[in-house]
Design a protein around this ligand. Structure first.
Ligand code: NAP
Length: 199
């Protein structure tokens, strides 16, 4: 398959590329690095990316920004970032990307465990994740000839280490990547795929 990975230069994205490149042709996209660059928060940028890349069999997004913060300290900008980047950036990837998918292709987005299992400080992250998972579930009812899913990662070991946290409860990015492989190679549609079920 010809697979476009947006967020390919990130912690999870690198592991997804590593796993998928054995069997598939991978086009790597980041915001600053990669074969191509895109800004998910801009519809023009997403459209321009697809015009450059052309048709693909699968699109994977391992991108999407949202900040942690105490509820009483969250600013308008924190809500805007989560809504415009993590939520609408990935929603627009489906709205635009569906026109550049070969028949039977798939688009896989990234939400996160905090959508269904929030912690103090996760309000805007949880809001974006919940929105994405509902978007996937509902849009799948109408999207024909293609599949759409969300992968929901738990905390990644490498990320926890980078943040100076105890990483013993985390999952390696390599293990998280297995769920993205299942999403593009399987028959899932309209699902939120919890990485704990696929590693
Ligand atoms: N890591 C975790 O523990 C964890 C847990 C649950 C959910 N998640 C979710 O998984 C996703 C990936 O996380 P990660 O830790 O792998 O992130 P990361 O290491 O920060 O990587 C982010 C990736 O997204 C790209 N990117 C940043 N801004 C972008 C933009 N405006 N448009 C397009 N691409 C952009 C970056 O490209 P450049 O490098 O070129 O800037 C990079 O490839 C995020 O949605 C995150 O919320 C992560």
């Amino acid at each position: 398959m010809r697979v476009l990975v947006i967020g390919a230069t990130g912690t999870i994205g690198k592991a997804v590329v590593e796993l998928l490149q054995k069997d598939h042709e991978i086009i790597k996209v980041g915001s600053r690095n990669g074969d191509y660059k895109v800004d998910l928060s801009s519809q023009e940028s997403i459209l321009s990316l697809f015009y450059k890349v052309g048709k693909v069999d699968a699109v994977i997004s391992t991108a999407g920004l949202a900040n942690f913060g105490k509820f009483t300290e969250l600013k308008d900008e924190d809500y805007s970032l989560a809504l415009n980047n993590k939520l609408m950036g990935q929603v627009n990837l489906v709205r635009i990307g569906k026109n550049f998918l070969n028949n039977g292709g798939s688009i896989t987005l990234t939400s996160g465990l905090l959508g269904r299992e929030p912690i103090p400080g996760s309000t805007v992250v949880s809001m974006a994740n919940g929105g994405l998972e509902s978007f996937v579930r509902a849009s799948a009812l109408e999207l024909q000839g293609m599949r759409v899913n969300a992968v929901s990662p738990v905390f990644v070991k490498e990320t926890m280490e980078m943040m100076g946290m105890d990483s013993s409860t985390g999952m390696t990015a390599a293990d998280v990547a297995k769920t993205y492989k299942a999403a593009i190679e399987g028959e899932f549609h309209g699902e939120t795929m919890d990485v704990r079920k696929f590693s």
